[in-house]
Design a protein around this ligand. Sequence first.
Ligand SMILES: [Zn+2]
Length: 197
Amino acid sequence: MTIDYLERATELLAKMPGVGRKSAQRMAFRIIALPSEYALELAEAIRALKEELKVCEQCFNFSASTLCGICSDAKRDPRLICVVEDASSIKNIERSGRFRGLYHVLQGVLSPMHGVGPDDLRCRELLLRVASAPIDEVIFALNPTLEGEATSAYLGELLKGSSCTLSRIATGIPVGGSLDYCDEITMASAIDHRRNF
Ligand SMILES: [Zn+2]
């Protein structure tokens, strides 16, 4: 039986978000046209994402080592923690250049509808971080969805007794939207105008 290599690659590429069948096929043709080194490097980069990438044991950002680049950067302020839904938000907040503290990736939001409770997220680890080190401020920067809001409120309630300031980034980011589509100017202003809980 012959394998339809083009069809196989197209099908796999079409699983990517925002990539339809037509674009997937164009990508496959493009890969054929490019030098072999490119295709091998792409294959290796994808392999490394699955096999080499771990999560930082402090903030749960993706990392190739035990501590991520941000947590191990001595110039960052360890007394500020910005809580995000997933690691992609970190990239956007970093691009804004407005935040010099550390992060905490929850790895999702509370969603009773989908059976996601506090134990499925890195909630306990956040409480532990706040309890075990001097923290001045915890900034919530979850996506402005109902679930994101409910998660911020839940964690805010649990952290109320601690001595740190609790704040959330300002809106300006459309409700129901995702931080992934937020430009750096909106993000910078959202961090600058964060408000207390
Ligand atoms: Zn980290």
